[in-house]
Design a protein around this ligand. Sequence first.
Ligand SMILES: Cc1cc2nc3c(=O)[nH]c(=O)nc-3n(C[C@H](O)[C@H](O)[C@H](O)COP(=O)(O)OP(=O)(O)OC[C@H]3O[C@@H](n4cnc5c(N)ncnc54)[C@H](O)[C@@H]3O)c2cc1C
Length: 303
Amino acid sequence: MNSNDYALLAQTAQSYGAQVLYDEPMNKHTSFKIGGRCDIMIKINCEKLLCELVRHCNENSVPYYIIGRGSNILVSDEGLRGAVLLLGSDFGSVRVRGDEIICNAGASLSAVCRVALENSLTGLEFAYGIPGSVGGAVFMNAGAYGGEMKDVVVSCRCIDEQGRIKELSNDKMELSYRHSIFSEKKLCITSVTFKLKKGDKEAINSRMEELMERRRKKQPLEYPSAGSTFKRPKGDFAARLIEECGLKGASCGGAEVSTKHSGFVINRDNATFDDVMGVMSMVKQRVFEQTGIALECEILIMK
Ligand SMILES: Cc1cc2nc3c(=O)[nH]c(=O)nc-3n(C[C@H](O)[C@H](O)[C@H](O)COP(=O)(O)OP(=O)(O)OC[C@H]3O[C@@H](n4cnc5c(N)ncnc54)[C@H](O)[C@@H]3O)c2cc1C
């Protein structure tokens, strides 16, 4: 890749009025507050622009990274060589059509939950407080408190590597525990349609508040993190295993297994990428040695 490729990407983005940032620190765009600079970041503001950029990157072998709110990723301190295509609030419109909510991928999940509440639509309460974008949530099949994206998504629009738009219905998305077709194939989600049900506004509100309160009580929200670090092993909980192995509070540099919730690795004090990787590998090794269970990382590593 050369500076010409970036100049062309920037030119295209600017022709759509999108913001372009060079050498942008990724720690400003991740919930872990970790990550070095990327070569170029483009804040996507429409589907057509995304199609053009993805096509250009593929045709010219420019590496690109799709990110939403950066709440499930750990980015290297060396940063990212290539283009970061950020689907955030510039691409976050939300509209309601009967009992459906249709939103662009950059909409924040919590904002969509609030729109559901305002319209007395029930089904999305479980997602309130997950700090991701709608695109990132469908990509991860995000879930909590007995609900997951799979239960409420009816369809989505996405872009393949050639920049072509596809429409997928729920059954074609292969949604399962923290897995989707989008994580298998390089497809970028541009919009999502949720189907909810008419409900009681008061009841929806109190469920959302109750779940948010549970998060505040149980999760170390006062520190940067990327949520649950490991996937739930079959029939057990990562946090329980980690605690049983005496790893609560175990640290490496500025990264630490939270003492409030052992399932979270937190950035306690200016942690580096290597600090977090160090804690994660220590945990995996010790849990495996003591229980025979191989924990699998839920957080996605970008380097
Ligand atoms: C405090 C805290 C609590 C959390 N609680 C939960 C929880 O209860 N349940 C849960 O499931 N998760 C939870 N998470 C994790 C995280 O918020 C979710 O996985 C969220 O859905 C990620 O969305 P994002 O926009 O931040 O994605 P990012 O972190 O930006 O990206 C994650 C992955 O999705 C891909 N991606 C993002 N947008 C798109 C798109 N439009 N098209 C294609 N690929 C895309 C990225 O390339 C990357 O591989 C928590 C995180 C934190 C920090």
